[in-house]
Design a protein around this ligand. Structure first.
Ligand SMILES: *Cc1c(COP(=O)(O)O)cnc(C)c1O
Length: 354
């Protein structure tokens, strides 16, 4: 049997080939390569899909986080509360602005920041909370927004794995990295927000600090989305609702066959992640890989254990345990039930404790 990958972007392309090929030809014929009408069109569609007033596209999810924090005034000496169980960029951009990421432990079941531990981490220097909707599951936003309101803090959501989850903070950041739920054919990202001033500010920052071409009012960066990416994303956005449903189908099937309790409504399942106890996780990964089934460890090391963030005293036992036990299984809209059965049979056969 052919190897079962974590994602199959070519299988996805085959289902929308006609639409995509047409869209790409159009961009080329109009030479609308950076910014321009396809980007404008995609921003309108994206805002609508997300139920937000504004979407501003950028050239990565990392820049979406970076420009959000920058535009909201995070500066050297500030503290931003976040989770240690995420991709490096979440904390990297806090540090890049000279601010300090303050890591709070996670909920062992949702893998999201434990909202009950946030208040203890607030100091006079705290300016913002940066929750991540990890693996596509929304963090406890009701409680997080309530805490933020009481302490007058900003809320920046890292929704890079969770397009489709409603925005409830000041701003949410999306990534269109190819393997994300809505993936471009290269790098891409966006912020979505209801804050007009913030949207305007990010638009200026992404374009060298200029609102009018060749009149630069401040220092910015170059972080625009390509027209080709926007055209690809527009086509794919039209299928995203059904693709999310397919991801939920895959997750439900894993839950049933693995006797696992991961499935919750509203989860867009960027990853399907389970735990393996008693130090057997790496054995399971090797066994699956040897049998032609991909499996990945997201994430093997919590951020407070990464070199740039060592030195801070952290007591985060729950995330450290999670990093030693989690394993993510293949999940993508085109994954057939037959293949899920094969994967589950193999896992059950090894008889590891979940
Ligand atoms: C992918 C991802 C990012 C970064 O997005 P890029 O588009 O790769 O820059 C940030 N945070 C999380 C949680 C991600 O999954």
């Amino acid at each position: 049997m052919k190897k079962i990958p974590m994602v199959d972007l070519y299988a996805q392309y085959k289902t929308i080939k006609k639409e995509i090929d047409k869209a790409i030809k159009e961009v080329i014929s109009k030479s609308a390569f950076v910014g321009g009408e396809y980007v404008d069109k995609f921003e309108i569609e994206l805002a609508k899909f997300c139920g937000c007033k504004y979407a501003v596209t950028l050239n990565s999810g990392t820049d979406a986080l970076y420009l959000s924090l920058w535009a909201l005034g995070i500066k050297p000496g500030d503290e931003v509360i976040t989770t240690p169980f995420t991709f490096f960029a979440t904390a990297e951009i806090i540090a890049r602005l000279g601010a300090k990421p303050v890591f709070v432990d996670i909920n062992p079941e949702t893998y999201n920041i434990d909202e009950n531990l946030i208040e203890k981490a607030i100091t006079k220097k705290t300016k913002a909370i940066l929750p991540v909707h990890i693996f596509g599951r929304q963090a406890e936003m009701e409680k997080i927004n309530e805490i933020a309101k009481r302490h007058k803090l900003l809320v920046i959501e890292d929704a890079c794995q969770a397009i489709g989850v409603p925005v409830t903070g000041n701003v949410a950041c999306l990534s269109f990295f190819p393997s994300k739920n809505l993936g471009a054919w290269g790098d891409g990202g966006a912020i979505i927000t209801n804050d007009e001033k913030l949207a305007e500010k990010v638009k200026i920052l992404r374009n060298h600090g200029s609102k009018i071409k060749y009149y630069n009012d401040e220092i910015g960066v170059s972080s625009r989305l390509d027209g080709l990416q926007a055209a690809v994303l527009s086509v794919k956005l039209g299928h995203l609702k059904e693709w999310i449903k397919e991801r939920q189908r895959v997750a439900k099937m894993y839950d049933k066959l693995l006797d696992n309790k991961n499935y919750v409504k509203g989860h867009v399942f960027h990853q399907y992640t389970m735990r393996v106890k008693n130090g057997k996780r790496d054995e399971l990964k090797k066994y699956l890989n040897d049998n032609g089934i991909s499996a990945m460890i997201y994430y093997p090391l919590p951020l407070h254990k990464m070199k740039p963030f060592l030195g801070e005293k952290c007591n985060l036992p729950i995330v450290e345990k999670a990093c030693s036990e989690v394993i993510s299984l293949p999940i993508y809209p085109e994954l057939e039930n037959k293949k899920i059965e094969v994967i589950c049979k193999k896992i059950n056969k090894l008889n590891v404790k979940c």
